[in-house]
Design a protein around this ligand. Sequence first.
Ligand code: ATP
Ligand code: MG
Length: 332
Amino acid sequence: MSYTILTGDRATGPLHLGHFVGSLRQRVELQHQHNQTVMVADLQGLTDNGNNPQKISANVLNVVADYLAVGIDPHKTTICLQSALPALAELTMYYLNLVSVARLERNPTVKNEIAEKDFARSLPAGFLIYPVSQAADITAFGATHVPVGEDQLPMLEQTNEIVRRFNHIVGQPVLTECQPLLSNVGRLPGLDGQGKMSKSRGNAIQLGASADEVHKAVMSMFTDPGHLNVSDPGRVEGNMVFTYLDAFCDDAALVADLKAHYRRGGLGDVKIKRLLEDCLQSLLEPIRTRRAEFIADKGELTRILQHGTRRAHQVSQQTLQQVKAALGLDFF
Ligand code: ATP
Ligand code: MG
């Protein structure tokens, strides 16, 4: 069966290892069998960067270069730019009337983010409603499946509520409900061990990180603070090096052996860090090289983005027309 897939990333910075295990890796697989659209979400990036548009505009092509570098193929995946698709903004306006402010304030992911960002009374209206704009993105492409990290599940719930409400009001199944495609790594923690790896928190290893940056990041990772001598038994749970080995080392049997050895005692931190570094260096080396080639040709990156955006424009306009027709607002 073929799915219709929509995913995206905010243009708030270059993508990192969290994106790789949380969604990029899956997208590369999914594009072979399914109809996939990937969106650079610049409008959503602006919702908490309204006074710093340069940060968003400067990162649009960075994100496209990351997509191409990991193997997202523009012949198989439609890569598009959110702000160049006016149907998305229009759909958002219609959907906003179907969602209460109280419901938006209850969205657990948004609630957390509002607290973390310390917005208080300065909360931008656009930030509070970004789940509605996400609903517009998803429904505009008729997405049936959305590959996301678990922090995005409340967004899909909110999208499906809007879909059901709209279809009920107009009395016909105009919009499509979606379901998540979760990766096996829920949320990769950041290098600081405090919450998830995130572009905005400065706790990330970027996909374009140099070999030296990767080396330094791995060597400074915290392990088990109680594991002072090599011979001491060590803890694997909450030990960042093992969390990352689970996510990035293909040899699960080897990792299981190392965990047992570490728990018994006699396995030093440097050894496990070396193995992790090897895994990350061999993963990132080809990505870094391809990324550097793509980023050196901004003209080509722009053409690829424009080409995909044209295709996405047609699809999203069609949905907008159907929505307007269902509302009886298709006068001309
Ligand atoms: P920002 O800090 O600007 O919000 P971000 O690093 O959180 O950026 P997003 O663009 O918000 O990245 O997320 C894009 C997608 O990547 C989402 O589906 C999200 O669930 C997934 N993702 C982001 N960070 C991680 C992570 N550390 N582990 C797993 N998935 C992640
Ligand atoms: Mg985020």
